[in-house]
Ligand binder design. Structure first.
Ligand code: PLP
Length: 459
């Protein structure tokens, strides 16, 4: 390994250097993300209307467009110590394998049992639910990372945790399910007959294997119908991006310590929480005109909300019980093709990132899943970590940028978010290794059909 004298392979922060406050990028946005709307009245939602669904403190964070720094309570900082700081790694081995003059760094969030960055927000949300005196929380999970993170956080703070897991994942990922049960969560395949909306969806689409949007509807219903329960969500919302800013704040502090400034920042984008968190402090500098960065969101070609979706108000869930959010969306009825194995399958994108993208502060690109798994394998073989398919979207884009530097001879500094590990995704890796993985890109007609279901909202 050829190593720069002044740059170690891994950079860790000391306890004193850890961030004590989250950064709220909305405070520096001239065009604030559009407010959540009441689907019944079409009017912006007030805190009182959200309180049957969400925890009070989290509602405050959700609606706060102005406070730049929000203190991380000591209890949360304490449990962050179990898995933070996460290392900023200089990918010397990958650079060497690519023969690129680019300097590649990644921030690795997979060093906890849930295997992803989602624990950063799960710990915060469980803490606020407990502090409010609630009995428990409900949520949905697709591939299972969020449900796992939340069940860990709930067991830590002594809360009941009820997870609606997309049926196809429930059946295909029994190990995820058992991790959640180990932490004391109850896990129900969705759609289920436990909720009115689940029954309705099952009657309309018998044999359906479920979707995230449908599991969200069930989890919201379960929270609002039980005394002492609230619903929590692992991505998309402003509060989640706020909690995930810990990733970017730590990365920025580590770069400042090294005296290095990244030129390009890359993250995979599902609902937008890891990317939003990673870029927040850098985006803040960009918004305030203090520095410039190229920021790239990477999404699957089979679920291309930023690159091919529409910037409009849409439902967050299939059952249409959730508030309306203005975002880049493919339509709340959109479900990626069944051969899609790479995660990042949500139909919409965080309102914050959607607004920033719309205003030209960041770029977006889409990649095909076979290329994503090629990049994942290449990365695993040289850097050792077996990446989650989601994270591998960012790896693929980072490799492409590094190869461009090889052509031009530019020594750009690239930072990407390595959001998690892929041990529970070996069925997808198996398909890739057997040459059975295919790419499916939705046609314009298919997207137009699902976008035709957007609600009419007067703006
Ligand atoms: C959930 C998840 C993502 C995508 O979610 P975002 O909210 O877009 O960050 C990415 N990587 C991993 C490992 C995940 O678990």
């Amino acid at each position: 390994m050829k190593q720069d004298k002044n740059i170690p392979y891994k950079v860790y922060l000391t306890e004193e250097e850890l961030p004590k406050a989250w950064y709220n990028v909305r405070a520096d946005m001239k065009n604030k993300p559009a407010p959540l709307l009441n689907p019944g009245t079409g009017k912006p939602l007030k805190a009182e209307e959200l309180s049957p669904i969400f925890c009070d403190e989290l509602i405050k964070q959700e609606l706060d467009d102005d406070t730049a720094y929000i203190e991380i309570p000591q209890e949360i900082r304490d449990c962050y110590k179990m898995f933070r700081p996460s290392p900023l790694v200089r990918a010397y081995f990958l650079e060497e394998a690519l023969g690129t003059p680019a300097k590649i760094y990644y921030k690795f969030e997979g060093n906890n049992t849930s295997g992803s960055h989602k624990l950063n927000s799960a710990m915060a949300q469980a803490y606020y639910a407990k502090k409010q005196g609630l009995k428990g929380v409900t949520t949905e999970t697709g591939a299972g990372q969020w449900g796992t993170a939340l069940s860990m956080a709930c067991s830590f703070f002594g809360l009941d945790c009820k997870v609606y897991m997309v049926k196809v994942s429930y059946e295909q990922k029994p190990f995820r399910r058992e991790v959640m049960r180990t932490y004391g969560a109850s896990v129900t395949p969705s759609p289920s007959t436990e909720t009115e909306i689940g029954k309705k969806i099952l009657a309309e689409f018998p044999g359906t294997t479920g979707s995230l949007g449908c599991a969200i509807s069930e989890a919201v219903e379960a929270a609002t119908k039980q005394e002492g329960y609230r619903y929590v969500l692992g991505s998309v919302l402003n509060q989640v991006l706020l909690h995930q800013s810990i990733i970017g704040l730590e990365a920025k502090a580590a770069f400042d310590k090294l005296g290095v400034k990244p030129d390009i920042i890359i993250g995979c984008a599902g609902g937008g929480s890891n990317l939003g968190g990673l870029i927040s402090p850098f985006m803040g500098e960009k918004l305030r005109g203090e520095a410039d960065y190229r920021i790239i969101a990477v999404e699957p070609a089979s679920c291309p909300s930023l690159t091919r979706g529409k910037f409009a108000y849409d439902f967050c869930d299939t059952g249409k019980v959730c508030p309306l959010a203005k975002m880049y969306t493919l339509g709340s009825g959109f479900i990626p093709a069944p051969n899609h194995a790479g995660g990042l399958r949500y139909h919409g994108m965080s309102s914050i990132l959607s607004q920033l993208y719309h205003d030209g502060y960041m770029e977006a690109t889409s990649v095909c899943q076979t290329d994503v798994f090629k990049a994942a394998e290449q990365f695993a073989r040289v850097e050792g970590i077996l990446p989650a398919p989601e994270s591998s979207h960012a790896i693929k884009a980072a490799i492409d940028e590094a190869l461009k530097c090889k052509e031009t001879g530019e020594e750009k500094t690239i930072l990407f978010g390595l959001t998690g590990t892929g041990y529970f995704d070996m069925v997808a890796y198996e398909k890739f290794h057997n040459g059975e993985m295919t790419d499916y890109i939705p046609t314009d007609e298919e997207l137009a059909a699902s976008l035709a279901g957007l609600p009419a909202v007067a703006e």
